[in-house]
Design a protein around this ligand. Structure first.
Ligand SMILES: *Cc1c(COP(=O)(O)O)cnc(C)c1O
Length: 374
């Protein structure tokens, strides 16, 4: 028997979450963001459930090739554009749309020989200061692109730094409006947090255009994570978990007061208690920084991680189950995040918060050695 750890993808939850985006941004087309191998789920595993999206957005050219190999003929957007001139050949061949965020990418396009003019998304740096043209350079970049025979259509994009938090997006929306006001072209601004929190706010003063604009770019909310946890929960946003990471108990120990668990003796028992040892460790992608108290489900009952997470194992507190009389020994189901066979759920956001990180990181980090089931 293989090690009992398993990641299960829930296609019906992916469909549900995509429909939620459609309800929140009814007039926009939806890019399903499938970068980082669909946030750790596997592009091939999510494809059927997400194929009603209007397009797929990602950054890795090899991932774009995988989507075309699945016979996806619709739009694919490279969110970071090309990394070197010869990437443009693949864009021409596979009809990839690509972001343009710097002058070098325009130089490469100008030198690119193609029969197929490209559709590009010109990126404004509206305050995130990661990728994109500064507002003062944006028009010149647009004019350069507009003069190129290699370019068929120019759309306009920007990315928010604080759509999930108290600073908000007003300053970036104002910068976007000022820089793009009289430029033609489709617009895309919203990531998940902006879709959930701001999609219906006005973009222009015309009383019609909302921030959702022409396209939204949805990532984490597709995968059942609340981008603004703990202010909101995934359930509060009506999002369903799309991945369950589960394993089983492979050993148990009875502790007496003063007995410790695992490396560094980071947990010491205060009373007699039973501990379960789970086949899941940081080499499976479970966060090593998850401290004692991180939530976990055993046989559908919520309990906690004890002591340090090791490479291949972690320990959990079985006392709540023993108190409740729930049988749990070798072979008992453990859910690290997601949904138990009993129907009980443990949101990945809660595990991430306990470990001092975000759901994105946990989902992306599931290790290659973990087998997947659909
Ligand atoms: C990753 C990414 C998104 C999706 O972000 P989520 O917070 O996961 O919705 C959208 N736009 C760009 C440019 C990205 O890099």
């Amino acid at each position: 028997m293989p090690r009992p750890i398993l990641a299960t993808v829930h296609p019906e939850a992916l469909r549900h979450n995509l429909n939620q985006a459609r309800e929140r941004a009814p007039d926009a087309r939806v890019w399903a963001v499938v970068k980082a191998n669909a946030y750790g789920h596997g592009i091939e595993r999510v494809f059927e459930a997400l194929r009603s999206a209007d397009g797929f957005a990602l950054l890795d050219l090899a991932e774009a090739e995988r989507l075309r190999a699945l016979d996806w003929r619709g739009p694919i957007l490279l969110l970071e554009g090309v990394f070197e001139p010869r990437d443009l050949e693949l864009c021409s061949r596979l009809h990839l749309w690509h972001a343009v965020h710097c002058n070098e990418q325009i130089d490469w396009l100008a030198a690119h020989k193609t029969q197929v003019p490209h559709r590009v998304f010109l990126k404004l740096n509206s305050g995130m200061n990661r990728l994109g043209f500064a507002p003062g350079a944006f028009r010149a970049a647009w004019a350069r692109l507009n003069a190129l025979p290699q370019v068929e259509e120019i759309s306009l994009m920007t990315h928010f730094s604080d759509a999930d938090g108290p600073r908000g997006i007003a300053h970036q929306v104002a910068a976007f409006e000022a820089a793009t006001a009289d430029l033609p072209g489709e617009r895309t601004l919203c990531n998940s947090a902006a879709i959930l929190r701001h999609a219906r706010s006005p973009l222009r003063g015309d009383g019609v255009t909302t921030l959702a604009a022409d396209w939204v770019r949805e990532g984490i909310a597709l995968y059942g994570g609340a981008p603004d946890h703990p202010e909101h929960t995934a359930a509060g946003w009506n999002l369903l978990p799309t991945m369950t990471l589960s394993s089983r108990i492979i050993g148990t120990q009875l502790l007496q007061p003063g007995d410790t668990v695992g490396y560094g003796s980071a947990f010491a028992a205060e009373a007699p208690m039973r501990v379960g040892v789970v086949a899941c460790g940081y080499a499976d992608g479970y966060p090593r920084h998850a401290p004692t108290g991180t939530p976990v489900l055993v046989a559908g009952v919520r309990t906690r991680v004890l002591g340090r997470v090791s490479m291949d194992m972690l320990a959990v507190d079985l006392s709540p189950l023993d108190v409740a009389g729930v049988p749990c020994g070798i072979g008992a189901e453990v859910v690290l995040w997601g949904v138990s066979a009993t129907g009980a759920a443990l949101p990945v956001d809660e595990v991430a918060a306990a470990a001092g990180t975000i759901s994105y990181e946990l989902l992306c980090a599931v290790a290659a050695r973990v087998p997947f089931a659909l």
